[in-house]
Design a protein around this ligand. Structure first.
Ligand SMILES: C[S@@+](CC[C@H](N)C(=O)[O-])C[C@H]1O[C@@H](n2cnc3c(N)ncnc32)[C@H](O)[C@@H]1O
Length: 298
C-alpha cells in the first residue's frame, strides 16, 4: 500500500498540469500521480489526498476494501472499465449530485476510485472539491441569465468559500451581456456593471443594477470614495493588462474580494500564470467552466 497525491487532469490541460507539478511519478488516464502534496495547482480539476493503491483479486474483495474505507464512492473509469462498473454497482448508491445555487447543503463526503488494471485499485476519500472530479453539477437557470457565463461565476463562488451577502456592493468589469451581473443581482448585491458594449436590456433594467458604458481600464479605483465588497472582472484582454488592473485595485485597497478571469493566449504559459499565483492571498484555478482561461480568486 502506498500513500500518494493524485491530481485530476482536464483532457486539454494534462500537459500543463504535469508541467505545473514538476514532480510526476506516473500518469494513467486523467490521473496524475505525485509524491508531492501541493494545494495551489491551477490545472488540477480535483486533488485526491492520501490516495491508496492496493492489489485485489476479486470484485467482492475490491468492494470490501472500498466499503471499509468510506460510505460513498464515485467511479472514475480509467482501465478495466467493465470490471470497474461491476465494483461500482455493488457499492452504496450515490446521493443526487445535482445542486441548486447558492449551495445550501454541501454534498456528503464522496470518495473516488479507479482501476489501474484488473487487480489494482486506487482510491481516496479525502479530496479538494466537494463534487467528484470537481465537477459541479448545478441545476441550470435556463430562463434568466443572458448567456452561460453565469455558470462560471457560480462555480467560482462555490469555490470561493463565501457567498455575497444581501446589500453588498460589486463592480463587474467587462460585464456585458450581463451573466455575472445577473448572478450578483440575484444574490441581493448592488452591482455597477462596466463595459464598452451594452448590457442586455432586461439585465440593465433589473433593480440594483447600474451600467457604466466605458472602458474598465479608464476606471481609477483610487478615485472611489468607498471600497466595493466584490470586484469582478471578465474583460477580454491580454493577461498583462489583467495583471496591471488587479494590482491597481489591490494597491488602492478599494476591493475587498476579487474574482478575475485571465484569458490565456495561444500555448498555455505557466510563467504568466505564476505571476498571478504569486499575488499574496491569490488562488488561481482552471475552472471546469473555463475554456482557454483561468480564474483568480482573491
Ligand atoms: C467574456 S465577455 C464578458 C461576459 C460577462 N462576464 C457575462 O457574464 O455576460 C467579455 C467582455 O469584455 C468586454 N470588454 C473588452 N474590452 C473591454 C474594456 N476595455 N473595458 C470594458 N469591457 C471590455 C467585452 O465588451 C465583453 O462584453
Amino acid at each position: 500500500m502506498t500513500d500518494l497525491t493524485v491530481y485530476i487532469a482536464h483532457p486539454d490541460y494534462l500537459g500543463a498540469l504535469c508541467q505545473e507539478l514538476g514532480d510526476v511519478s506516473s500518469v494513467a488516464g486523467n490521473l496524475v500521480f505525485s509524491t508531492q502534496e501541493k494545494r495551489d495547482i491551477c490545472f488540477a480539476s480535483d486533488i485526491w489526498f492520501r490516495a491508496q493503491i492496493v492489489k485485489f483479486e476479486s470484485i467482492s474483495e475490491a468492494v470490501r476494501i472500498l466499503r471499509a474505507a468510506g460510505k460513498y464512492w464515485f467511479l472514475n473509469p480509467v482501465e478495466s472499465i467493465r470490471r470497474s462498473h461491476l465494483i461500482a454497482e455493488q457499492l452504496r448508491k450515490l446521493p443526487n449530485l445535482k445542486q441548486s445555487f447558492p449551495i445550501s447543503t454541501p454534498l456528503p463526503q464522496i470518495g473516488c476510485f479507479s482501476l489501474l488494471d484488473k487487480n489494482t485499485l486506487v482510491y481516496a476519500q479525502e479530496r479538494w472539491k466537494d463534487p467528484p472530479l470537481g465537477d459541479f453539477q448545478f441545476i441550470e437557470d435556463k430562463e434568466n441569465p443572458p448567456n452561460r457565463a453565469y455558470l462560471k461565476l457560480w462555480e467560482a463562488l462555490a469555490l470561493y468559500g463565501c457567498y455575497p451577502a444581501q446589500g453588498e456592493t460589486a463592480i463587474d468589469l467587462g460585464a456585458s451581456p450581463g451573466g455575472w451581473t445577473y448572478v450578483m443581482q440575484s444574490l441581493g448585491v448592488n452591482v455597477t456593471a462596466v463595459d464598452k458594449a451594452p448590457l442586455e436590456p432586461r439585465i440593465a433594467q433589473l433593480p440594483n443594477v447600474t451600467f457604466l458604458k466605458q472602458s474598465a481600464f479608464a476606471l481609477n479605483p483610487a478615485n472611489l470614495k468607498t471600497a466595493v465588497d466584490w470586484l469582478l472582472c471578465d474583460v477580454a484582454c491580454y493577461p498583462e493588462r489583467s495583471y496591471h488592473l488587479i494590482m491597481a485595485w489591490l494597491n488602492s485597497g478599494k476591493a475587498k474580494r476579487m474574482i478575475v478571469t485571465i484569458k490565456l493566449q495561444g500555448a498555455t504559459n505557466l510563467e504568466v500564470i505564476g505571476r498571478f499565483k504569486a499575488i499574496p492571498g491569490a488562488r488561481v484555478i482552471h475552472l471546469l467552466q473555463n475554456k482557454h482561461e483561468v480564474t483568480l480568486l482573491l
